[in-house]
Design a protein around this ligand. Sequence first.
Ligand SMILES: Cc1cc2nc3c(=O)[nH]c(=O)nc-3n(C[C@H](O)[C@H](O)[C@H](O)COP(=O)(O)OP(=O)(O)OC[C@H]3O[C@@H](n4cnc5c(N)ncnc54)[C@H](O)[C@@H]3O)c2cc1C
Length: 585
Amino acid sequence: MLRMIISVRPFIHLPNLLHKPDFYFLGALMTRNLSRLAKARYDVAVVGGGIYGACVAWDASLRGLSVVLLEKGDFGSGTSANSLKIIHGGFRYLQHGDVGRMRESMQEQMALMRIAPHLVHPLPVLIPTYGHGLRGKEVFACALAINDLIGFDRNRLDDPQKHIPRGRILPRSEVLQLLPNISEQNLTGGGLFYDGMVYNSERLLLSFLHSAESMGAELANYVKVGGYLREIDNVRGIKAEDMISGERFPVEAKVVVNACGPWSDQTEEILSKGHGHQRIPWVKAFNLLTRPLFSSYAVGLAARGNYSDDRALFNKGKRLLFMVPWRDCSLIGTAYRSYEGNADQFSISEEDIHEFLQEINQVYPHAALKTKDVAFVNGGLLPGAKMDSRSGDIQLENEASIRTRGDVGARNVISLVGVKFTTARRVGEHVVDRVFQILGKTPPASQTSVTPLHGGKIPNFQEFLNQEMDNSPRGLSPKAVHRLIYNYGSSYRAVLDYLPDTGGRDTHDESESTGVLQAEVRYALQNEMAQRLSDVVFRRTELGTAGYPGDRPIEMCAAILSKELGWNERQTQQELAKVRRLYPR
Ligand SMILES: Cc1cc2nc3c(=O)[nH]c(=O)nc-3n(C[C@H](O)[C@H](O)[C@H](O)COP(=O)(O)OP(=O)(O)OC[C@H]3O[C@@H](n4cnc5c(N)ncnc54)[C@H](O)[C@@H]3O)c2cc1C
């Protein structure tokens, strides 16, 4: 408890927050204080503020270790900002006969719905079945039954909104009613099962960081780790550089965890001079955000080309494209391409987008998608395994790699490369077990699968939502409260403390949403280390992630940031231009 109280920064503006009973409000002010970092010696320094780094920081701090996490850009601005937002329930791993991975995904899906009930919700997935072979409804029915058996305990959450119904086969007529424009030739029905969906993956990552911060972790974005403080077989810490001021400083730590995602090759090369670091083969992956194609269900349709996966027990010969309903749009993915460059050279070309649109239109001609229908492109690099031995098709790595000691050139450095957003919490737990081993201590049991994250203290999500919408705090409309709760959960009232006086229901709809957005921007500045316009537009608020929101709202955000952060006109225009460049032309 002492730690939580210490983590309240006395010099921060605290508008009406101190009367809140929830300790998270007190402990969750993420502030960037670099002068402190150089003076302390931490148990563990985490390099990289993607979902994996965030999960390690939360697990380690919850188990009582002192933690510092440094991120060279903004938190979650790497691969983690780019996922299809599916929290896998494990069904897809049945074709590999990988029961262990199925169980792991099911448990993680359940854990995330428990600890972040405002952000993770069940997602129905419908896959049309064709013929009576491997892609037919009989095989699908067996697969669903096995899946339900393996997930016998997946509904042990108290909240009924989080319960996953049994999978079932829908008759052909019902599938055609739900998906009237899919190919009817040989259609025999459809298999319905449930995955999980993250409403806002950037805020899920921030919830992990807020929670870590509330347990005393020190966090800083825009700080790059450029080297290590070396000893003979060990490191003493890391060399950090503030990407905003250019200042360099050392940070001492007993253990270093590299969670740099696709940049891990670069950090390992620095470390392993002379130790012969082995490069990971990376795969370019991306998905497109388009006008809505299907609502209510995520739909999986078989791609046209043949696909071979020599690790599968049942090779269906086709890869599925998923069209996922998300915030009045469709997220369509995932496209994979082989990749040669390094992480800093990553980009998605117009040709990539064009080719993928063609593939989608072949799979689902009714979509007739054109370049102008693409509102946003999410892309990143994923660790590849190898090509399929017969076909040369791209295959992704299945398991996270956690390497340590001699393997990475120093005994107290752990190198972590994850494969799925879904399993980051659990992998973080394993990494922290290793940290304890290196420290020569017995690890206390991890509690991150059962401890609500910041904003996640909601025993019954639907009840909480209805109650708060009825209460209409500060006179807000149910629509505004709904949106805030889906983003901030039980912490949403902390955002309301930044509302302008006119932010309530008595104002007309547009000024209400403007008032709420202004409050979110101020909250992000004061409590969530927003430094750039892109941080606010893409990773603190939901303003920019579902397509270009228009000039007015982003200019309003820029005006608040420029006033608070002292930008001149040229800097403000540069920030605006950087944000606009991220949208497809
Ligand atoms: C298109 C796409 C769709 C996907 N869809 C899904 C999905 O639906 N479900 C799912 O479960 N998974 C999905 N994934 C996978 C998932 O997104 C990744 O496994 C996960 O985000 C990887 O997180 P990470 O923390 O390892 O990497 P990152 O998010 O890349 O984080 C690494 C961080 O390290 C920082 N860094 C690097 N070098 C340094 C340094 N020297 N100093 C300081 N910081 C540094 C980087 O800036 C970066 O922010 C998808 C991935 C892609 C690309």
